[in-house]
Design a protein around this ligand. Structure first.
Ligand SMILES: [Zn+2]
Ligand SMILES: [Zn+2]
Length: 179
């Protein structure tokens, strides 16, 4: 996927950015940087790395967007880099994003583009406390194979396994965590 930015956000300035924004406040037809604004989201999916780090995010209204983070520092050691990324961008990590960029890409799709980790504040305190499927309190033991996926119930665990493809992601998570 090629994402060419037509705009560059202002450098992150957390102390002067106070306007809370959600996806509803963003014009879906406009390629626009929302400077001075802070977007609060929850990560819904495991991240993958291509030219940038990709995942899916949800705001407080339950609206969902794709997310791409550029300029993540890579060490060059692929496995170590992947472990760091998987642990940083787990489902249920909360992120505050300053100066979010609603970026239009080809075929009418859009994405929340972030130019670097300095634009994000991470809150990882809920990773093992919320269900990876529905976001409610995690109550049962994590996935016995990867030990990284948390659920409120067996029902949500089944949904993740069958419909959200944890079946195929699980073994990769396990392999990475054993390195
Ligand atoms: Zn659940
Ligand atoms: Zn698993």
């Amino acid at each position: 996927m090629v994402i060419k930015p037509s705009q560059i956000p202002l450098p992150p300035n957390w102390s002067s950015s106070s306007n809370k924004i959600t996806f509803k406040d963003m014009d879906p037809t406009k390629d626009k940087v929302y400077n001075g604004c802070i977007l609060e989201v929850r990560i819904l999916d495991w991240a993958y790395l291509s030219a940038s780090i990709h995942t899916i995010i949800e705001d407080e209204n339950g609206d969902i967007r794709r997310f791409a983070l550029f300029n993540w520092p890579l060490s060059g050691e692929q496995n170590a880099d992947m472990i760091k990324i998987i642990k940083t961008f787990c489902p249920n990590v909360k992120m505050l994003i300053v100066n979010p960029y609603h970026c239009m890409i080809d075929r009418g799709q859009n994405i929340i583009r972030v130019e670097g980790p300095d634009f994000i504040k991470f809150d990882t305190s809920k990773i093992d406390k919320l269900c990876h499927v529905c976001g409610k309190e995690a109550k049962i033991r994590p996935c016995s194979v990867c030990k990284m996926a948390f659920y409120c119930s067996k029902d949500c665990q089944k949904i993740d396994w069958r419909e959200f493809n944890h079946k195929s992601i699980c073994k990769h998570l396990k392999n990475f965590m054993q390195i």
